[in-house]
Design a protein around this ligand. Structure first.
Ligand code: CUA
Length: 389
């Protein structure tokens, strides 16, 4: 094959690879597989616009092909004359101005109605505050109903738990840089921007686990910033929320007790575990606040989550092997190895700011540093963390 031809076929074949990869069977982030009414209305709009575009494509491409073939220069035609030259046809010009305008108006109408439909805030529904952090998502449930989302409420991370079949309003913002919240099965993307609050509504038809990832480049571990929505039956959700409002119980003996002590000394500068290290409040001029950073996940109910470290590590063994730790696998077999590996050297699992660079966040630590724990300390901490369900 000549080099030119080889290059041409490469140019045609190479784009096919990602195209074929997009046909993967197990694609939990498939945008064309809506699992709730909001994502379904986006999907309906897409389908409608797709068929309008397909119609235009067929008319234009086949029309062009027909004209090229029908009026080509025939073999036996050796005259050098040009075909009759015409200019201007008022009827045609009016037609091809009006027809596309009408088609765009129809597409625009359905686009706008869908947009209004999916951005509606359901005032009767529960609201959860979603906070983008480098590099994990924090969720705050206003459980004391004071209209504020703060340290007094239930805080959790990575797994956003919601009741299935109900609207849930999200208030999305960021604690540092711009992130983007996206659970493709439930709705489109929404940026998380510091100093702003963006609404997003989600609704899952059925109980299940829906995965997503941060979709705005947000620093070194952007690719390790994932999120999940776990939809439960309303009864299971109520039980889950009631459990989350409880403090952790301090273990009194064994390795776990030693782990709790270690947690209070080693981890409490950043992480909160209510009932373990929440006795230290301080007034920093902004009312009384907990003496924790606010930049690290609340670990009070760490073991009630399916994944940790921004969703990159499983906390429980994925028994059915489908790549997703579902609600019924949480509380099954604890994935001790993952937690140990994480504590042994967190930046190896998920990079924080590269130590060689000047710290771009000033005095803020972003990402979990290596605490140089001994194997005994790691064992104790893991035993303790497993008790926090
Ligand atoms: Cu957060 Cu990308």
């Amino acid at each position: 094959m000549p080099r030119r031809r080889r290059l041409t076929s490469l140019a045609v074949l190479v784009p096919l690879v990602p195209l074929l990869a997009a046909c993967a069977k197990d694609a939990p982030q498939d945008t064309m597989n809506p699992q709730g009414p909001i994502s379904r209305s986006i999907d309906h709009l897409f389908t409608g616009v797709f068929w309008v575009a397909a119609f235009v494509f067929v008319v234009v491409e086949f029309g062009t092909l027909y004209l090229v073939i029908r009026f080509r220069k025939r073999k036996d035609d050796d005259s050098d004359d040009l075909p009759a030259q015409t200019h201007g046809n008022t009827k045609l010009e009016i037609a091809w101005t009006i027809v596309p305008a009408v088609m765009l108006a129809i597409v625009g109408f359905f686009t706008l109605t869908t947009l209004f439909d999916i951005t509606k805030v359901d005032h009767s529904a529960m609201t959860v505050q979603v906070t983008g952090q480098q590099w994990w998502w924090e969720y705050t449930y206003d459980t004391n109903n004071d209209g504020k989302f703060d340290d007094e409420d239930v805080l959790t991370a990575t797994d956003l738990v919601i009741p299935a079949g109900q609207d849930v309003n999200l208030k999305i913002h960021s604690n540092d840089v711009i992130h983007s919240f996206w659970i493709p099965a439930l709705n489109g993307k929404k940026d998380a921007v510091p100093g702003r609050e963006h609404p997003l509504r989600i609704n899952a038809d059925e109980p299940g686990t829906y995965v997503g990832q941060c979709t705005e480049f947000c620093g070194l571990s952007h690719g390790y910033m994932r999120q999940r929505v776990i939809a439960m039956t309303p009864d299971d959700f109520d039980a889950w929320l009631a459990n989350q409002t409880k403090d952790a119980t301090k273990p009194t003996d064994g390795e776990a007790a030693a782990g709790a002590e270690l947690f209070a000394t080693q981890c409490s500068g950043c992480h909160l575990a209510r009932g373990i290290n929440d006795s230290e409040f301080a007034d920093r001029g902004n009312g009384t606040e907990l003496l924790v950073s606010g930049n690290a996940p609340d670990l009070t109910h760490f073991a009630s989550r399916g994944v940790f470290a921004g969703g990159i590590l499983d906390l429980w063994v994925d028994k059915d092997g489908d790549g997703i730790v579902e609600a019924d696998e949480i509380g099954g077999e604890f994935d001790r190895g993952n937690v140990e590996a994480w504590l042994r050297d967190p930046p190896a699992e998920k990079p924080m700011y590269a130590p060689a660079l000047p710290d771009p966040g000033g005095d803020k630590i972003r990402g979990m540093p290596d605490l140089n724990l001994t194997e005994d300390q790691i064992d104790q901490l893991v035993d303790f963390l497993e008790t926090m369900d």
